[in-house]
Design a protein around this ligand. Structure first.
Ligand code: 13P
Ligand code: SF4
Length: 365
């Protein structure tokens, strides 16, 4: 390995076009040593280089199956952590820009969840009666918390199944960090809304009374995605008034009201599949990130399908956007030169516990 990595600074000045050709040249040199995984929200100029694209569940499964020495994750931090945890010890997971985090994942921390667990223990015995369920959009130490406390991970495509798994073991669920995914999945299982309470981590006892906690079946963390909270039921109403035959599909990170008024709900992979499988000429209103929606609109327009974005304003996952061609070229050229930059390495003990919770999910879904 070369001692001094190539610095990023000069790459900042590269034009997008120049960065593209340097990515291609570096990839040709690396061959099968590097695999490029890309989430569906990734910008087009990075997505174009993907070996594998997918939603969080598909990418975590495929990261575990890859033979490549380097797993270059064009997504956000928690996704690269999952790739590191599920891959073999000698494989190296890389996030081209370490600033590509997930603002929702940051809404729950290990310290706050532990405090919640302690406070719940003043009302009930959480280790006997509460399954902690973390959305995959969370830091590895929260997945480890779930591994340690009989809990599990879920993604947007398996959350209802994971809730069933959880209720088969304990009578309540603590669901973090996304309240909307937890509420919608609980609703799909037939749990009344009044039996799902919101835990505000900034308030003592989450802002709840002992009675509210005792009566709850799901305790939802007060977290949300800033992109998906931009979608509103009024946008659906406007679309339906104008296009009565149109169809609406949304991601389960949207609010309960948006989900309830949509024709279909699904993960990013499901949204793409449902729109692609719909009859020619269908008009869709889609409630998820703009890069995905724009790409999908282009891919299906030749069949006469029209795909519209749900919000009136631009809403993109600004953190995922940080993975740009410049950072990707820099990462790959370093690998060619024998340097690993931006490796994501979860500490061994944490990784071992987080893997328990992830494997429970993979077995259950
Ligand atoms: P998917 O699991 O549907 O890819 O969603 C991940 C995500 O972060 C959506 O905001
Ligand atoms: Fe996180 Fe929202 Fe971005 Fe998904 S869209 S990665 S939940 S910030």
């Amino acid at each position: 390995m070369q001692a001094v990595p190539i610095q990023f600074e000069p790459f900042n000045a590269l034009s997008d076009k120049a960065a593209q050709s340097r990515i291609e040249a570096a990839r040709a040199k690396l061959g099968k040593r590097a695999v490029l995984l890309c989430h569906h929200y990734q910008r087009a100029d990075v997505y174009a280089h993907a070996d594998i694209t997918g939603d969080s569940l598909k990418l975590s499964r495929l990261a575990a199956q890859s033979d490549a020495e380097f797993i270059v994750f064009c997504g956000v931090h928690f996704m690269a952590e999952v790739a590191d945890i599920l891959s073999r010890p000698e494989q190296i997971a890389i996030l081209p820009d370490l600033a590509a985090g997930c603002s929702m994942a940051d809404m729950a921390s290990r310290a706050k969840v532990e405090r919640c667990w302690r406070e719940l223990a003043t009302v009930l015995d959480p280790d006997a009666s509460v399954t902690p369920v973390t959305y995959i959009n969370s830091a590895a130490d929260l997945k480890a918390f779930c591994g340690e406390h009989g809990g599990i991970v879920c993604t947007s495509s398996n959350a209802t199944k994971i809730l069933e798994w959880s209720f088969a073991r304990r009578e309540k669920v603590l669901f973090f960090p996304d309240q909307h995914l937890g509420r919608w999945s609980g609703h799909k299982m037939g749990i009344p809304l009044e039996q799902m309470v919101v835990w505000n981590p900034d308030l003592e006892m989450g802002g709840l009374t002992a009675e509210q906690i005792r009566n709850a079946r799901i305790i939802l963390w007060h977290g949300f995605c800033s992109v998906h909270q931009m979608f509103q039921p009024s946008q659906i109403a406007k679309f339906r008034a104008k296009y009565p035959d149109g169809k609406v599909i949304a991601h389960p990170e949207c609010s309960f009201e948006v989900c309830a008024q949509s024709d279909a709900i699904g993960s990013t992979e499901t949204i793409i599949r449902v729109v692609k499988e719909s009859p020619a000429g269908t008009r869709w209103l889609v409630g998820t990130e703009l890069n995905l929606v724009d790409r999908l609109a282009n891919e299906v327009k030749h069949e006469g399908k029209i795909v519209q974005f749900m919000a009136d304003t631009v809403c993109m996952c600004s953190t995922m956007q940080r993975i740009d061609p410049q950072h990707l070229a820099w990462t790959l050229e370093n690998l060619v030169a024998g340097n690993v930059v931006n490796q994501i390495k979860v500490p061994a003990h944490e990784a071992q516990l987080a893997k328990i919770a992830l494997e429970r999910m993979l077995d259950a879904s």
